[in-house]
Write a protein that binds this ligand. Structure first.
Ligand SMILES: [Zn+2]
Ligand SMILES: [Zn+2]
Length: 142
């Protein structure tokens, strides 16, 4: 007799579990890249990084903790404690709820830095450039 514990530690069992995890994660990366970035391949919604899914992450747009107070997510039993496999299962079980995007690790970390107000530094640079362009092309005399 093989008991459940023995079965769960076999390489076959672990490989199957890992394949399920990778497949589910890829489904989520594809879904939000298509839905939010209009891209057929997984990519970062901020900088467009798309060279490999290992560089990408599922990001809570509003910030992890703010999402705990969002009514629609609370109804779906969302918790900021969900991460990794737990988060992946929750997203799929709840049919890809709004509130998530795909970011690369760089953008995700920059967005989470204290003082960045949940905005990636790229966004700040883009805003500055837009402002510079506007100033450069402005017909107003300063
Ligand atoms: Zn990025
Ligand atoms: Zn960025």
């Amino acid at each position: 007799m093989v008991n459940a514990k023995t079965r769960q530690s076999t390489p076959e069992y672990n490989t199957t579990k890992h394949v399920t995890y990778v497949t589910n994660r890829l489904k989520i990366l594809l879904h939000y890249s298509k839905y939010i970035s209009n891209s057929n391949i997984p990519c970062c919604n901020c900088c467009g990084e798309n060279s490999h899914v290992d560089f990408l992450d599922i990001d809570h747009i509003a910030g992890k903790n703010q999402m705990d107070s969002e009514h629609e997510l609370i109804q779906l039993d969302y918790s900021s404690k969900l991460r990794g496999k737990g988060l992946i299962h929750w997203i799929i079980d709840n049919n890809y709820p709004d509130g998530f995007q795909i970011l690369c690790h760089n953008c995700n970390v920059a967005k989470g830095l204290i003082g960045n107000n949940n905005t990636c530094t790229h966004e700040t640079i883009r805003l500055e450039q837009t402002f510079d362009d506007m100033t450069a092309h402005s017909s107003f005399e300063l």
